[in-house]
Design a protein around this ligand. Structure first.
Ligand code: SF4
Length: 669
């Protein structure tokens, strides 16, 4: 039977899915997307699908991919989504379809316990802190039982624990075939399983990391795969540029020095003056940091010429040269002992690589790339391509290449938000996919009935110092009526703190027991914040308010009545003084295009769409969205941004806003 027909039958009322899932209903959008995916699989080519919230896009690509009988690679944005796909959606569907499909999960090596380094950590007298000993004991215990070695399976392990780098490997310190634990190694096992599976679930980081350094086994995997699906594809460009560029950090230099000293003293004491070599690397890294002087923490220094802005070129170049020399000397020292241990071979490669990078940064920036320096306690030198278009065309799709296996492959890119125009240019241009077939499947939700949008006409301007206070007041009034259930999304960390503090102060005036808890991003780990918010009112609190920025605009999901009010402080334009944003804008202007119309505005539209998308997650959800930025109604471009939002009904004036919020509250009681 042709694949399209099989797919149609699976999704039809009375088909396999309606028997397997109680709540399954045939949805036109879902079937439409699934049929388009099936066609692409049969014919090969590139399909880009924007599938609004509630379409059920995961099943739309999984069903045809599984039914095709082809070898499939699925990539999603984060490890959490990877676990969800592999642990929940995929097995559910494989069972429902009754297919004999072998599936595998493959993450980056940093996700797996390294048995060799665990051995070393046991004998390491200088563990970072006392709590580490307890964590180490826990990991040791778990290591005896785990089959996969995936640290995500270890309950209660804080992913920020300083112990994790000591019990996981990097490409630099893995001993490979020389390792005494090579056979039971979890990283190798995961790769072997991936090679043998029909469906492999990876993440975008792994995909691009492998494209950059060909290390994780993907290079062997891809040629045998016929169908590749990127879910959450809106993150591809930003993830890709991180890996396809060049980076050198003073922290990396210090890590190298630490590993060099440990290996040297343990395995070749007295043969080389290790202290001297390591001292040289540390001094050079410190000098480079000092060359930058005092800066705001988190500052990004543009670097268009010989040195970053405000730094004397001669001093900067001298420091870079000193760092280059220190790595060279370390490499020479290691060369003399490389027969003694595989550790020295790895360290030697690492020293050479670091020295080459220092040299690259002393030379001019590559054409089509942009450079800057991230300043923190350490420095990070970055050279980044402006987008991934070239890499996708020539190294991923390879549609023009003479490689037989690249031809006929099906590429599916999907997400709930991929742009604000019919060609989805926000996504396709930077990803080099302008020639792709594009499909937009709208959300099945009845937004006009389920949600209302309020944009105040009289409100402090976004740059007015009183703006954040007014946002806090408005959000606090709504949250007090609703008993929390409010998410405030801010565009800056400063606004996040101001609004968080102001809302707490507002609620102080309420009687104890009527005060919602104010959760502010950064005060607790993200996962804890999300769980606490979804819990809502617990003993002693009157619900929850979450004030958040950055990743919460797109990565937060609170279905049901846990969330009924979303307040956005300002239009999320990209920060104009960010070196990457600036370089992208300049390139557009040089091409005679408009940096605002072709870049800033679509960026803001996509972010706004994502932020607004937090409100309605199910057909039964009801809620109000408030955007506290009068530019949306006062400026001409506001119309384009409003058009990007789901078609919610509009609220005119504060009185109506209060009435809507009160009605939401009443409907729940
Ligand atoms: S092969 Fe590499 S990752 Fe595996 S146990 Fe050895 S050092 Fe660790």
């Amino acid at each position: 039977m042709p694949l399209e027909q099989e797919v149609r039958e699976v999704f039809a009322q009375g088909g396999v899915l309606s028997h397997a899932a109680d709540h399954f209903r045939e949805r036109d959008g879902q079937t439409q997307m699934a049929l388009a995916v099936a066609r692409t699989i049969e014919q090969g080519g590139v399909l880009v699908v924007e599938a609004g919230t509630g379409v059920g896009k995961t099943f739309s690509y999984l069903v045809p991919a599984l039914l095709s009988g082809e070898r499939v690679l699925l990539s999603t944005a984060t490890k959490t989504l990877q676990d969800q796909l592999f642990g929940r959606d995929l097995p559910r569907l494989v069972t429902a379809l009754g297919l004999p499909v072998r599936t595998a999960l493959l993450k980056g090596r940093a996700s797996y316990l390294c048995l060799h380094r665990l051995d070393q950590a046991r004998h390491d007298a200088s563990l970072p802190e006392r709590g580490s000993l307890r964590t180490l004991a826990k990991i040791e215990q778990w290591s005896k039982a785990t089959r996969t070695g995936d640290l995500a399976e270890l309950p209660g392990l804080d992913e920020r624990s300083p112990l994790i780098p000591l019990v996981t490997s990097t490409r630099d310190n893995c001993l490979g075939a020389q390792c005494p634990q090579f056979k039971p190694c979890h990283v190798n096992l995961a790769r072997r399983e991936a090679m043998a599976a029909d469906v492999v679930v990876i993440n975008h980081h792994l995909f691009f990391a492998d494209l950059a350094v060909r290390e994780s086994g993907m290079a062997e995997l891809l040629p045998s795969v016929r169908v590749v699906v990127f879910d959450e594809a809106h993150q591809l460009n930003e993830t890709g540029v991180q890996f396809l560029g060049l980076q050198l950090g003073t922290g990396q230099a210090l890590d190298f020095g630490r590993d060099l000293l440990a290996a040297g003293l343990q395995q070749a004491r007295g043969l080389v003056d290790w202290q001297e070599l390591v001292g040289g690397v540390e001094r050079a890294a410190r000098e480079l940091r000092l060359a930058v002087g005092k800066q705001w923490p988190g500052a990004k220094l543009r670097w268009a010429g010989d040195a970053p802005e405000g730094i004397p070129a001669a001093a900067w170049q001298q420091s870079l040269e000193a760092l280059h020399r220190a790595f060279e000397q370390a490499a020479q020292g290691l060369d003399t002992v490389s027969e003694l241990s595989p550790d020295f071979v790895r360290l030697h490669d690492r020293a050479q690589q670091l020295s080459q990078r220092a040299q690259r940064f002393a030379d001019a920036c590559a054409e089509g790339s942009v450079r800057w320096v991230d300043v923190g306690t350490q420095l990070r030198l970055v050279e980044s391509p402006l987008d991934i278009a070239e890499a996708v065309r020539t190294r991923v799709l390879k549609l023009d290449a003479q490689e037989p296996e690249a031809q006929g492959r099906a590429w599916i890119f999907t997400s709930a938000t991929l742009g604000d125009d019919p060609r989805l240019r926000w996504f396709t241009e930077p990803c080099g996919l302008e020639g792709a077939e594009v499909l937009r499947v709208h959300s099945p939700f009845d937004y006009a009935a389920q949600a209302a949008l309020y944009v105040p006409r009289a409100f402090p301007k976004p740059n007015d110092p009183a703006h954040s206070q007014q946002v806090a007041l408005l959000a606090a009034r709504g949250a007090a009526t609703l008993g929390g259930r409010t998410l405030v999304l801010t565009t800056t960390l400063r606004a996040l703190r101001t609004i968080g503090d102001a809302m707490k102060a507002q609620f102080e005036r309420l009687e104890v027991g009527l005060r919602p808890d104010v959760l502010v991003q950064g005060e607790l780990p993200k996962r804890v914040l999300m769980d606490r918010f979804r819990e809502g009112a617990i003993a002693g609190s009157a619900g929850c308010v979450l004030v958040a920025s950055a990743s919460f605009w797109e990565g937060f999901d609170a279905p049901g009545d846990a969330l009924q009010l979303v307040v956005i402080d300002k239009l999320p334009f990209p920060p104009p003084n960010d070196p990457l944003v600036e370089a992208r804008s300049q390139r557009l202007e040089a091409q005679g295009r408009s940096a605002f119309g072709d870049y800033s505005l679509p960026e803001a539209a996509v972010s706004l769409k994502q932020g607004a998308g937090r409100l309605i997650r199910r057909e039964s959800d009801r809620g109000v969205l408030v955007i506290c930025d009068t530019r949306l109604v006062a400026m001409g471009y506001g119309k384009r941004l409003l058009a990007a939002l789901p078609p919610m009904r509009r609220i005119e004036g504060e009185a109506q806003l209060e009435a809507e919020i009160a009605a939401l509250n009443d409907a729940r009681d």
